[in-house]
Design a protein around this ligand. Structure first.
Ligand code: ZN
Length: 109
């Protein structure tokens, strides 16, 4: 893997956040294998897209980014669990809000 330690962290954080939001978001994030940065407009199976940060044609879609070796590190697993927790909290908050709105509608209607 050619990413520096710092670039690996950027890559891991980007991918785990993208995984956690994929059910509620319509964006198409891709991740650069050369510098670790994220860009939009990549289908999940995109390969060799150009990176606006470093110029290399090494951006891949989420499907491939999850298979990058850095995603198998303990650091990545820890981050993924954290993002999933945040996602579940947000999902529960939205569910509670929906229940509350429904109750209010019943009362008004
Ligand atoms: Zn790049």
């Amino acid at each position: 893997m050619g990413l520096s330690k710092k670039q690996q962290i950027v890559f891991i954080k980007g991918v785990t956040r993208a995984l956690a939001r994929q059910f509620t978001s319509l964006d198409n994030p891709g991740f650069c294998y050369t510098c670790g940065e994220e860009r939009d407009g990549c289908e999940p199976d995109a390969i060799k897209y150009e990176c606006p940060s470093c110029g290399a044609s090494e951006v891949r879609g989420l499907m491939y980014a999850t298979e990058h070796p850095v995603m198998r590190t303990e650091y990545a697993k820890k981050h993924l669990n954290k993002q999933i927790d945040l996602y579940e909290k947000e999902r529960n908050r939205l569910k509670a809000r929906r229940r509350y709105n429904f109750k209010m509608e019943q009362r008004i209607g």
